[in-house]
Design a protein around this ligand. Structure first.
Ligand code: NDP
Ligand code: 2IT
Length: 449
C-alpha cells in the first residue's frame, strides 16, 4: 500500500519536529512549504529519490557566537548572535540581520528557510540566510548601538564576504546599524566591496533600497487586483507596523490612490479614518526614524483613535498589509478581516499570518499574497545593489524602480503559473512550488552533497 500525500506530510513533519525540537516558527515555515511541494514531488519522483526536501530543511551551517560590549555606564554586557547559512545552491548566501529580544535559533531558521525560496523567486542569483541577535536597540544610545555592532562584526566578518554571504537589515537593523556593521567589516577585511546591502548612498547603497520592500508589496497587491480587473484607486488599507516596511507601504499606497487607515507598533495601533496623508506620513516617519518615539504620539498629534495593546485587524477595510512581525494575524483576526470583506492581503512582514489564519484566507479565496512572494522586493533590490557594486555603478532611481516593478510582476506571473486552479490562484502554493523548482534543480545538479 502506498502512503497518501497527507500521511507522507505528517511523517515528514514528525521527523522534522523530532530532529529540531523547540523550534515552532521553523516547523511552521517548513510545514507551509512541504504542504505545497509534496504533491509536486510525488508527480516528479526524481526530487523524491534525491530526498530533496529533507536536504533543503537542514541548513548548510548555523553559527552561534557571543557578543561582548560595554554600555554607557561601563557595564560589560553579553548577547547571543547568530548567522544561519541555509542554502547557497543558486548564489551567495543572502538575507537580513534582525536585532530584537525575541531572536532565537527557531526564528532565524524560519527566516533563513523562507529566504531560500523568496530569493529564488526574484530570479536573481542569491542563496538563503538570516542572522541577528537578541540585542534590543530600544532605549540604547547611538554609542551603545555602535559598540554592539562593531563587537558583533568582529566575529561575523570571518563568515561573510561579497561572494560568500551578504547580510542586510531586518527588524531593528536599519541604515544606522548597517553603517556601523559595514564600517567594521571594511576595517577588518581591508576591502571595500558589496558585502552588505542596505548601505547609504554615500558608500555604495542603491537608490530605492529603503523603499523596496514596502513598494514591492504594494506592486504585488496591485498585480493581484489587476488580474481580476481591479485597481488600488480609492481602496482603504490597514497597515501594521511603523518601521521600514510599513512606512514605505503607506507611501506607495498614497502614490497609487489608496487610503491607508492604520499603523502600529508593539504597544498598540492608531486608526485615522481620514487616512494617513503625505504630511501625516512625513510626521510619522520622523517620529519613528529620528525621534524613535511611539505611534501613540500620532493619535495625540492628529486627534485620532489609539488602541493600546491591540492590532488593527478589526477595522473594516479593503486591503491588509501586515508589516510588523511573524504571527501577527491569528485565526480570530483573519476571520474578522474576511467578515469585513477584505479583498487582498499583502504580507510585507515575514510569515505574519499563523497557520490557522492562512487557512481562513485560503478557504475564503481572497487574494492572499504570502510573504515570500509579496515582500521579495526588498531582497531583490539588495540583489540589484550587489550588481551595482560589482560593476562600480549607481543606477538612477527610475531604473531601479522599473526593475523592481518588473521583478514583482514576474514573481506574480510565476505564482499564477504554478498556483492557478479553475481560475483561482493559490499564491501560497504557486510561490512555494516556483521557488522550490529552481533550488531543487540546482541542488540536484551538484550530485550528492
Ligand atoms: P523595523 O524594525 O523597521 O520595524 C518593525 C516594526 O514592527 C516596528 O513598528 C515594531 O514596533 C513592530 N514590531 C516588531 N516586532 C514586533 C512584535 N514582536 N510585535 C509587534 N510589533 C512588532 O523592521 P522592518 O520594517 O524592516 O521589518 C518588518 C517586517 O518586515 C519583519 O517581519 C521583517 O522580517 C520583514 N521584512 C523586512 C524587509 C526589509 O527590507 N527591511 C524585507 C522583507 C521583509 P516597535 O517599534 O514597538 O518594536
Ligand atoms: O526578509 C528579507 O527579505 C529582508 N530582511 C531583506 C534581506 C536582504 O538581504 O535585503
Amino acid at each position: 500500500m502506498t502512503m497518501s500525500t497527507d500521511a507522507r506530510l505528517d511523517a515528514f513533519m514528525a521527523r522534522l519536529v523530532e530532529r529540531n525540537p523547540g523550534e515552532p516558527e521553523f516547523h511552521q515555515a517548513v510545514h507551509e512549504v512541504a504542504q505545497s511541494v509534496m504533491p509536486y514531488i510525488e508527480a516528479h519522483p526524481a526530487y523524491g529519490k534525491a530526498n530533496i526536501l529533507e536536504r533543503l530543511t537542514e541548513p548548510d551551517r548555523a553559527i552561534l557566537f557571543r557578543v561582548t560590549w560595554q554600555d554607557d555606564d561601563g557595564n560589560v554586557r553579553v548577547n547571543k548572535a547568530y548567522r544561519v547559512q541555509f542554502n547557497n545552491a543558486i548564489g551567495p548566501y543572502k538575507g537580513g540581520l534582525r536585532f530584537h529580544p525575541s531572536v532565537n535559533l527557531s526564528v532565524l531558521k524560519f527566516l533563513g528557510f523562507e529566504q531560500i525560496f523568496k530569493n529564488s523567486l526574484t530570479g536573481l542569483p542569491m542563496g538563503g540566510a538570516k542572522g541577528g541577535s537578541d540585542f534590543d536597540p530600544k532605549g540604547k544610545s547611538d554609542g551603545e548601538v555602535m559598540r554592539f555592532c562593531h563587537a558583533m562584526m568582529s566575529e561575523l566578518w570571518r563568515h561573510i564576504g561579497k561572494d560568500t554571504d551578504v547580510p542586510a537589515g531586518d527588524i531593528g537593523v536599519g541604515g544606522r546599524e548597517i553603517g556601523y556593521l559595514f564600517g567594521q567589516y571594511k576595517r577588518l577585511q581591508n576591502e571595500w566591496g558589496g558585502t552588505m546591502t542596505g548601505k547609504a548612498i554615500a558608500y555604495g547603497g542603491s537608490l530605492i533600497r529603503p523603499e523596496a520592500t514596502g513598494y514591492g508589496t504594494v506592486y504585488f497587491v496591485q498585480e493581484m487586483l489587476r488580474r481580476q480587473g481591479g485597481t488600488l484607486e480609492g481602496k482603504t488599507a490597514l497597515v501594521s507596523g511603523a518601521g521600514n516596511v510599513a512606512l514605505y507601504t503607506i507611501e506607495k499606497l498614497l502614490h497609487l490612490g489608496a487610503k491607508p487607515l492604520t499603523a502600529s507598533d508593539s504597544s498598540g495601533y492608531i486608526y485615522d479614518p481620514d487616512g494617513i496623508n503625505e504630511d501625516k506620513l512625513a510626521w510619522l516617519a520622523e517620529l519613528k526614524t529620528v525621534r524613535r518615539g511611539r505611534v501613540k504620539e500620532y493619535a495625540e498629534e492628529f486627534g485620532c483613535e489609539y488602541h493600546a495593546g491591540k492590532r488593527p485587524w478589526g477595522v473594516k477595510a479593503d486591503l491588509a498589509f501586515p508589516s510588523a512581525t511573524q504571527n501577527e494575524i491569528d485565526e480570530v483576526a483573519a476571520t474578522k478581516l474576511v467578515k469585513n470583506g477584505v479583498l487582498a492581503v499583502g504580507e510585507g512582514a515575514n510569515m505574519p499570518t499563523s497557520r490557522e489564519g492562512a487557512d481562513v484566507f485560503q478557504a475564503a479565496k481572497i487574494l492572499y499574497g504570502p510573504s515570500k512572494a509579496a515582500n521579495a522586493g526588498g531582497v531583490a533590490v539588495s540583489g540589484l545593489e550587489q550588481s551595482q557594486n560589482a560593476v562600480r555603478l549607481s543606477w538612477p532611481r527610475e531604473e531601479v524602480d522599473e526593475r523592481l516593478k518588473t521583478i514583482m510582476s514576474n514573481i506574480h506571473a510565476k505564482c499564477v503559473e504554478f498556483g492557478c486552479e479553475d481560475d483561482h490562484v493559490d499564491y501560497v502554493k504557486g510561490a512555494n512550488i516556483a521557488g522550490f523548482v529552481k533550488i531543487a534543480d540546482a541542488v540536484m545538479s551538484y550530485g550528492v552533497m
